[in-house]
Write a protein that binds this ligand. Structure first.
Ligand SMILES: CC(C)(COP(=O)(O)OP(=O)(O)OC[C@H]1O[C@@H](n2cnc3c(N)ncnc32)[C@H](O)[C@@H]1OP(=O)(O)O)[C@@H](O)C(=O)NCCC(=O)NCCS
Length: 391
């Protein structure tokens, strides 16, 4: 019999070009906030730490980041593991801790996502991320960059559904609007459509302002069983649905370039488990690694029919006062995308949203049903995790 699991506290470092801290200090920023946020928790009560990170030993110097953090954060000798699912590593850490608690193995656990991406050059980073496709079939022979992979999806969506470059710019304008309000966001500035459309081409049709930036950040989520959650906090946020899915590694074996199969599978599983549907969702954080991908996510998550994602952004339905507010923390575009941290940072943002603590209030969604959804994609859709939270 599976047990109920709650988020009882959450913390996030400031995202950005964080050359002022190393991976330990960056991670600790988020952990200290999460501890303070969990009203009655003592550090010694945490029984396991799952650390989502991609770049350990590649993008930053420390290879064994999980035990390193347990030592630095004073958690030894609890037990730990690094969880890796490319850009979905943060949510895979949440997934592991959920299952450890639900199964009765532990009562309280830490799911952290952490990444330092700015210690190496952009070309080297492009090479590492470019390998997050099929090395043999794609990277070795053709050398695509990550924006190049997602440009394939973007052009397919434009050709099939009439989505335009201006729609990608509209998504960027929305996400920069909310990112500018979020004190933990990296690129804190509002932009207009012209700024986005006049920016440099990275991989056509994707321009600079339709791409997420490279940056550093960490987020910590403390989770507990129902019994412990009630002792630890008066305001638990329950994880009521989780889903994960996979798609073929080699793009040539994908059925569609206007949709991500792993995302649809993960969403269906999460909705089924929670017993809710897209219409129940008050607020969502979706994986806008490129702004075209946010439009695809609207469709993959069932917020609209296939091909109608562009209408949602044209009508501003994904703004805070729209039908389905999306990425009110700034999204990957403006808040930033430290790849291993992002999934945990989505949970941090939605925990705040559900408790109506997002600041300033201009970026707080109206919480009517008490349901939030996080969608975290790894690779070019190789894997996706979807998590549903309820207060
Ligand atoms: C687009 C990209 C190539 C730009 O990298 P870059 O040229 O090295 O950029 P820099 O870090 O040197 O920054 C140059 C300037 O552009 C700005 N900038 C960088 N990325 C930006 C972005 N995505 N949007 C807007 N501005 C950006 C920086 O703030 C900086 O501004 P400043 O000169 O006023 O300080 C890089 O951000 C990128 O590869 N993004 C995609 C990352 C990715 O694929 N992640 C995985 C997805 S799942």
């Amino acid at each position: 019999m599976s047990r109920k699991v709650a988020v009882v506290g959450a913390g996030q470092s400031e995202f950005g070009n964080r050359l002022d801290v190393d991976i330990k200090e960056l991670s600790a920023e988020s952990f200290v906030e999460a501890l303070e946020d969990t009203e009655n928790l003592e550090k010694k009560d945490i029984e396991f730490a799952s650390i989502g990170s991609v770049g350990a030993g590649l993008m930053f110097e420390e290879g064994l980041v999980a035990p390193l953090l347990c030592e630095y954060l004073g958690l030894n000798p609890i037990g730990t593991q690094r969880t890796e699912a490319a850009c979905a590593s943060g949510m895979s850490a949440v997934y592991l801790i959920y299952n450890m608690i639900a199964s009765g193995q532990i009562d309280i656990g830490l799911a952290m996502g952490t990444e330092k991406m700015t210690e190496i050059t952009t070309p080297l980073m492009m090479e590492f991320i470019g390998r997050a496709g099929s090395y043999f079939w794609e990277f070795e022979n053709f050398g695509p960059t990550f924006p190049g992979y997602y440009a394939i999806y973007a052009t397919a969506h434009m050709a099939k559904y009439g989505t335009t470059e201006e729609d990608f710019a509209r998504v960027a304008v929305k996400n920069h609007k909310y990112g500018a309000l979020n004190e933990k966001s990296y690129l804190r500035k509002e932009i207009d459509i012209e700024t986005a459309m006049n920016s440099d081409i990275i991989a056509w049709p994707l321009k600079l302002y339709y791409c997420c930036p490279i940056n550093d950040g960490a987020a910590s989520i403390i989770m507990a069983s129902e019994e412990k959650a009630k002792e630890l906090t008066d305001s638990p946020v329950w994880i009521t649905g989780l889903g994960s899915g996979t798609s073929p590694v080699n793009l040539a074996n994908r059925k569609s370039f206007t949709s991500i199969e792993s995302a649809r599978v993960a969403a269906e599983k999460a909705y089924d488990m929670a017993g809710v549907g897209p219409d129940d969702v008050d607020v969502a954080s979706v994986h806008d690694c490129f702004e075209s991908a946010e439009i695809m996510a609207y469709e993959d998550l069932g917020f609209c029919e296939n091909g109608e994602g562009k209408e949602l952004i044209r009508e501003k339905q994904t703004y805070a006062d729209g039908d389905i507010p999306v990425n009110l923390g700034g999204g990957l575009k403006s808040k930033g995308h430290p790849i291993g941290a992002t999934g945990a940072a989505m949970i941090y943002e939605l925990h705040k949203q559900l408790l109506e603590k997002a600041k300033p209030s201009d970026r707080q969604a109206s919480i009517d049903n008490g349901v939030a959804l996080a969608h975290n994609v790894g690779g070019t859709g190789h894997y996706t995790f979807v998590t549903i939270l309820e207060r």
